[in-house]
Design a protein around this ligand. Structure first.
Ligand code: HEM
Ligand SMILES: [Cu+2]
Length: 497
């Protein structure tokens, strides 16, 4: 069957984001590795260099790879699920270039200017480091540009859904409130998480933008200082949902891939799943205060409310896991590198969810706040879990587009197992160190840190970095070989003449 032009176009756009993002990831993990090696004392960099490196590592890995590629792979998933063209290809290109400009400013501000306020740069740290004001300015402006791209991303999703003729309420899962028979549902399930994150990001980015613009004006000396607690609330209002900017598109990709792969039209438990998403529609934007339980000056109702709402937001994850695993179990899924990454995502999404619930519970948060336990939790989620699905979808599209076989490349399994073994090992060490009292962002690695585990983690981090570089190679190699393509296509669809 001839592929529709708009699907091909969306695929090209998604590939552009994916290839750019995976190159950024390759650089980001090298920085993380250098930082950890310095903690182990093998070769020591200055504390200010250490903080610059982890600041940039966090921003590049999380935003430059994670959210950027999740956004990029959204285009293909959305168009495929709706079977309708994007609202504006021009806007999608603008989002890309605007984001790239922001990333360049972040790199200049930190590498060159020495900005090292951590990737969340909690107010007012921007004003108290040993870096010049211009570095803070570049950093803040870079984040603002990324924020503008994120708002436009949300808008483009909603406009695409509208121009395909669907109701937005249906796209947010509310169809399940009105109709009890799943066969009456019209909105494709894979686009539901995309629409939820679209509206979620438009709402979440506004308070954050206020904070950023305020900070920019403060750097310029136009306004005075802001209340620090208010600033932290504005930051975390956005800071938690931005994690969903990776998770929700990834869930959409999983739905779409499971349906395509099993040849089914619907998931098991689709009504329950849509009900779950309709709850996420509201709750996604009112959980962020669980990051500041330890700010004891905050009115007590805020952390209590946040703990409850965080428990509630677990629901869409639980019903999604049920729907995905159920569908895979009753319909046969083809077992290959790509579905192996998909299943890995499901496993670590679940496991990271458990440590997430622990952190979200105040009684435990007292012990793990700002410890390496947190670092272990989000690397389990972002690296082992979500990055796996970004690899899966990215590889799938590149393979499909170029016709070059990635999944049977002899390096493919080397990459997969290096990342799995390496990252599972080093995150486990962080979990133990965190429970032992090891604090995060510690340039000097204090004695409470079980430093033996810091040393032991180095070979496993090296293995992970190696695995990621293998994946970078696998992703870009097909473009070097474009004249040898079609071998894969022919093997897959032998010509019928
Ligand atoms: C080979 C893979 C990776 C290695 C070796 C690595 C290493 C590190 C290290 C050493 C730190 C500092 C921890 C501390 O506070 O002591 C860190 C922090 C962090 N990492 Fe990674 N990481 C990897 C992959 C990733 C990925 C894939 C993501 C996101 C998608 C990510 C996101 C972050 C973030 C957000 C921080 C916090 C930075 C901050 O505190 O400002 N990392 N990582
Ligand atoms: Cu959170």
């Amino acid at each position: 069957m001839e592929e529709k032009d708009f699907i091909k176009e969306a695929k090209e756009l998604s590939i552009g984001y994916f290839i750019t993002g995976i190159l950024v990831l390759g650089l980001a993990v090298l920085l993380g590795f250098i930082a950890r090696t310095s903690q182990s004392g093998m070769f020591v960099i200055s504390p200010s260099m250490f903080y610059t490196l982890i600041t940039l590592h966090g921003m590049l890995a999380f935003v430059g790879w994670g959210t950027f590629v999740a956004m990029g792979l959204t285009w293909y998933t959305l168009v495929k699920a709706l079977n309708a063209p994007l609202h504006s290809v021009k806007l999608v290109r603008f989002i890309y270039w605007n984001f790239m400009t922001g990333a360049a400013m972040l790199i200049i501000g930190s590498f060159w200017g020495g900005f090292a306020g951590s990737w969340v740069f909690l107010y007012p740290i921007t004003f108290h480091g040993n870096w010049p004001a211009w570095a803070s300015f570049f950093w803040t402006l870079g984040v603002i540009l990324a924020g503008v791209s994120i708002i436009l991303y949300g808008l483009e999703i909603l406009l695409t859904i509208r121009s395909a003729g669907y109701s937005l309420w249906d796209s947010w899962g509310f169809e399940s409130w009105k109709k009890s028979d799943v066969n009456d549902y019209t909105f494709p399930i894979a686009a539901v998480p995309l629409s939820i994150i679209g509206i979620g990001m438009i709402i979440a980015t506004i308070p954050f933008a206020y904070l950023l613009i305020y900070q920019l004006l403060e750097i310029l000396g136009v306004v005075g200082t802001m209340d620090a607690l208010l600033a932290k609330n504005l930051l975390w209002w956005f800071g938690h949902p931005v994690v969903y900017l990776i998770l929700f598109p990834v869930v959409g990709m999983i739905y779409q891939m499971v349906l395509d792969n099993t040849g089914r039209k619907r998931l098991i438990g689709e009504r329950l799943t849509k009900l779950g998403w309709s709850i996420a529609f509201i709750v996604q934007n009112i959980v962020g205060a669980h990051h500041i339980y330890m700010d004891l000056v905050q009115s007590a109702w805020i952390p209590i409310f946040s703990q409850v709402s965080t428990y509630v937001i677990v629901l869409p994850s639980v019903v999604s896991l049920y729907a995905i695993v159920g569908t895979i179990l009753i319909a046969k899924i083809e077992w290959n590198l790509i579905t192996k990454y998909l299943v890995t995502t499901i496993i670590f999404w679940f496991l990271a969810g458990i440590s997430g619930i622990i952190q979200a519970t105040m009684a435990f948060n007292v012990f793990v706040h700002n410890s390496l336990y947190i670092v272990a939790h989000f690397h389990t989620m972002a690296l082992l879990g979500l990055s796996s699905m970004l690899f899966a979808t990215g590889f799938y599209i590149v393979q499909d587009y170029t016709g070059v076989d990635i999944q049977n490349n002899r390096w493919a399994n080397v990459g997969f197992w290096s990342i799995m073994i390496g990252a599972l090992s080093f995150t486990s060490m962080w979990f133990i160190q965190g429970m032992w009292g090891g604090i995060r962002r510690d340039a000097l690695s204090t004695p409470t840190n079980l430093t033996i585990l810091t040393d032991l983690s180095i070979p496993f981090m090296l293995l992970t970095v190696f695995g990621i570089l293998v994946n970078v190679y696998l992703a870009i190699r097909p473009f070097a070989n474009l004249n040898q393509i079609d071998v894969y296509h022919e093997e897959k669809n032998p010509s019928t003449n």
